[in-house]
Design a protein around this ligand. Structure first.
Ligand SMILES: NC(=O)c1ccc[n+]([C@@H]2O[C@H](COP(=O)([O-])OP(=O)(O)OC[C@H]3O[C@@H](n4cnc5c(N)ncnc54)[C@H](OP(=O)(O)O)[C@@H]3O)[C@@H](O)[C@H]2O)c1
Length: 309
């Protein structure tokens, strides 16, 4: 009898599988990348710029932005611009998205790589739990506000940098702010990533026929700065133990390049990829009722609609 690996556990294999590559040129394309000062987003900016894409970064730290801009322009002779927004503040995200669409009438690719993992429950100035705000609500808002430009620029692509960590936890629509349950870093991270996936499916539905695709991806378990905001013990464990099991984030940049450019993905939308391999997400991220609920709540929480639905 041949043993068939259960579909739900394929994520254990897919990350180790031979990955796909794209030789499509991105010369002259405009790619907007949030979280491009570090890790996965930085590597994505590098692979795309190396192929001739112009890069618009959306980042919170001006000094880091200047350094990455200078580096990319020097290495690849492309045009690089940046907009400043702290993704824990939805007003700043809205302002940056509006400024981007005012300045750039054409966007070929949007990559949201901004993300955090926090072992402590923290609220932003508007009382929204920080991980949910940064990982999900702000990336949802950025995406929604750039959609008109992306539709006008179609064919165009959106890649949400998600995580296998969505498997850690589903999302509770009646407790998005962790007031009723015990908060842990892994649970809030999983919940934020599940929320993002649910909205990716909904956005893919809404975008049918527009020429804009949206997919989510896990960038691999890679050595980046994620988690460095946590306490000293966490950081010690991360750098002395966890890092030994993690890979070079260049694999994330290469996978995002594939998802942003490969011809065979021209019409592929509403999918989850483990690096470059399409994979079935956790069951809790595929609930159609929850998809609608979380999408509607995200619209309200980001201020995109005013009244309760
Ligand atoms: N590393 C992994 O193994 C792994 C695995 C699965 C999924 N991911 C996902 O990959 C994405 C990128 O993470 P990473 O591993 O590359 O981590 P990283 O090196 O810490 O990069 C995160 C990026 O997000 C930015 N950022 C964080 N909080 C922000 C805020 N409030 N406002 C604006 N920008 C903010 C950071 O800016 P600064 O440079 O200013 O800090 C940085 O550019 C995340 O969505 C993460 O969930 C990573």
């Amino acid at each position: 009898m041949i043993f068939k690996f259960p579909e739900e556990l394929m994520f254990m294999k897919n990350g180790k599988a031979v990955q796909k590559h794209s030789d499509e040129s991105m010369k002259g394309k405009l790619c907007v990348i949030s979280g491009s000062t570090s890790g996965v987003g930085y590597e994505a900016a590098n692979t795309l710029a190396a192929s001739g894409a112009n890069i618009v970064m959306v980042v919170r730290n001006e000094n880091k932005a200047e350094a990455v801009k200078n580096e990319l322009e020097r290495k690849y002779s492309v045009f690089v611009d940046y907009f400043i927004a702290d993704f824990s503040d939805l007003k700043q995200v809205e302002k940056a998205a509006k400024a981007i669409s005012d300045k750039y009438p054409r966007i070929d690719v949007l990559i949201n790589s901004v993300g955090i993992h926090s072992t402590k429950k923290i609220y932003n100035k508007d009382g929204i739990e920080m991980v949910f705000c940064v990982n999900h609500l702000s990336t949802f808002l950025m995406t929604k506000l750039l959609l008109n430009t992306m539709i006008k620029s179609s064919p165009s692509r959106i890649v949400q940098v998600n995580s296998e960590g969505h498997r850690f936890s589903g999302v509770k629509a009646n407790d998005l702010n962790w007031k009723r349950r015990i908060y842990t870093g892994l649970r809030s991270y999983g919940s934020s990533k599940t929320a993002q996936l649910l909205t990716v499916w909904q956005l893919a539905e809404d975008l049918k026929g527009t020429g804009v695709t949206i997919n989510a991806m896990h960038p691999g378990g890679v050595r980046t700065n994620i988690g460095n905001n946590n306490g000293i013990l966490y950081r010690w464990f991360l750098h002395h133990v966890t890092w030994h099991f993690l890979k070079d984030p260049k694999i994330s940049g290469e996978a995002i390049y594939y998802l942003a450019s490969a011809n065979e993905l021209n019409k592929v939308s509403g999918k989850f990829f483990n690096l470059t391999i399409e994979e079935k997400p956790a069951k809790h991220a595929l609930d159609p009722e929850k998809q609608k609920t979380i999408y509607d709540l995200s619209m309200i929480m980001t201020g995109l609609v005013k009244e309760d639905v």
